[in-house]
Design a protein around this ligand. Sequence first.
Ligand SMILES: [Fe+2]
Length: 227
Amino acid sequence: MTLPRPGRVPIWNPRRCGEFEESTFRHEPKQGRFSVTATIDFQGDSESVLPLARRLAETRRLSLALAEPLSAEDQVVQPMEDASPTKWHLAHTTWFFETFVLKPHLAGFRTLDERFAYCFNSYYEAAGPRQPRPKRGLLTRPSLEDVLRYRRHIDAAIDAIFKTGVVERNRAVTELIELGINHEQQHQELILTDILALFAAQPLRPAYRPSRPSPGTSRGEGTGPAR
Ligand SMILES: [Fe+2]
């Protein structure tokens, strides 16, 4: 990836980030799960960027929705070397926006924790060293709660960059955000396939979601696991 040079951008006050978090997100611990109800909504400073801002917000919301049926433990385990934990996918897609959009293009941006770059880089050589892929399942820290806080921090900064006018003025930033949306959508597919691999190895045969009755069958008929 070739990254554009940072241009002149307005100063962003990072202190706004914390205020934004509390009013926009609600965490609800329930039944041993760390459930997240997110109302991510990016606002642009002009009509021209609103469609992009809305698609990005929808994409960010969907990632959390895909993780919603999972327990914290489900989101940490790596079922095989070629698969990654859900928690890692949630953090890695966030790291992408931080590294390629916010750090170079949002003046005054402050990272939540510099160490996360090592944990959540995948294979971008220019972005520095990284946790080996086969060992992503060893990342019990940062915790799931910390990763969700990381997402909120970055979502607040994304909201801020849309309001600076940078996205509208700098075509390279628009393209990077578009790339970040596509990248996160690819990882949403991976979240589902990796959870499938994880649950297939479980002796308790968990279901990702309750099965729905097939059309033309009585409720639940033919949709349960084989015994
Ligand atoms: Fe990736």
